[in-house]
Design a protein around this ligand. Structure first.
Ligand SMILES: [Zn+2]
Length: 227
């Protein structure tokens, strides 16, 4: 699996519980972040915030069993949809060779409000780059020696119309809580941010209610499409 998101902490709002489920089952999961999130702390200059948030993301990856983390240098809060971004993502897809690419909602409205600009760009670019990766004539001459790679499935976390659900254990929920806690400096700069131990279980109980089996307490839901 390859998870493609805009910022450090983006996987940590429920998706990382699914990641822990997969890595515990022996699935290799890689993360590709398009920015360092350097514009995310208003009281700290980007030159200090970027490395700090990258370190927090590395710790968060460890919490859910992810060893392969790549962070690109596209500009946080000013991510631009374009062929250069698609090229960079397609290159990583050809390197990682995932069966599935996972991203987060890139709708204009998401998570109970307006989605963040970088999120809209990241998800759409991830989708288009997934197709680029399998096309031998896309970005011709710019993707180096990597061979085209066809991804089977594209999963969107946080979409309003999920079509698959993954029940996750309390252990996976606890790992997801820990992964969010790893972003401590970032969270400390967000006044009123709920505690991870309150936020994550609540976020994963809602999707579980869609299951007919009352024994499912926590779940992560996705919209999944064949590529
Ligand atoms: Zn984000």
């Amino acid at each position: 699996m390859l998870v493609v998101v805009a910022h450090p902490d983006d996987p940590e709002y429920g998706l990382s519980a699914a990641v822990k489920h997969w890595t515990s089952a022996g699935v290799e999961v890689s993360y590709l972040l398009l920015t360092h999130g350097e514009a995310g702390i208003s009281t700290l200059v980007p030159e200090e915030t970027g490395p700090l948030r990258a370190a927090e993301q590395r710790a968060a990856c460890t919490a859910v069993g992810v060893g392969d983390l790549v962070i690109l240098n596209h500009p946080d809060s000013m991510l631009v949809y374009g062929l250069d971004l698609r090229l960079d993502i397609a290159r990583e897809i050809r390197r990682v060779k995932p069966d599935a690419v996972v991203t987060a909602s890139f709708e204009v409205e998401a998570y109970g409000g307006f989605n963040q600009a970088d999120h809209r760009v990241a998800g759409l670019a991830a989708l288009d780059a997934t197709r680029d990766a399998g096309n031998p004539w896309a970005h011709r001459g710019l993707l180096g020696s990597e061979q085209p790679w066809n991804v089977d499935q594209f999963l969107i976390f946080g979409a309003d119309d999920p079509n698959v659900g993954l029940p996750v254990s309390r252990g996976c929920v606890d790992a997801a809580i820990e992964s969010l806690r790893c972003h401590s400096a970032y969270l400390a700069a967000l006044p009123g941010h709920p505690a991870p131990e309150d936020l994550i279980p609540a976020a994963l109980r809602g999707p579980a209610e869609l299951f007919p089996d009352p024994g499912v307490e926590f779940a992560v839901n996705f919209t999944m499409h064949s590529i």
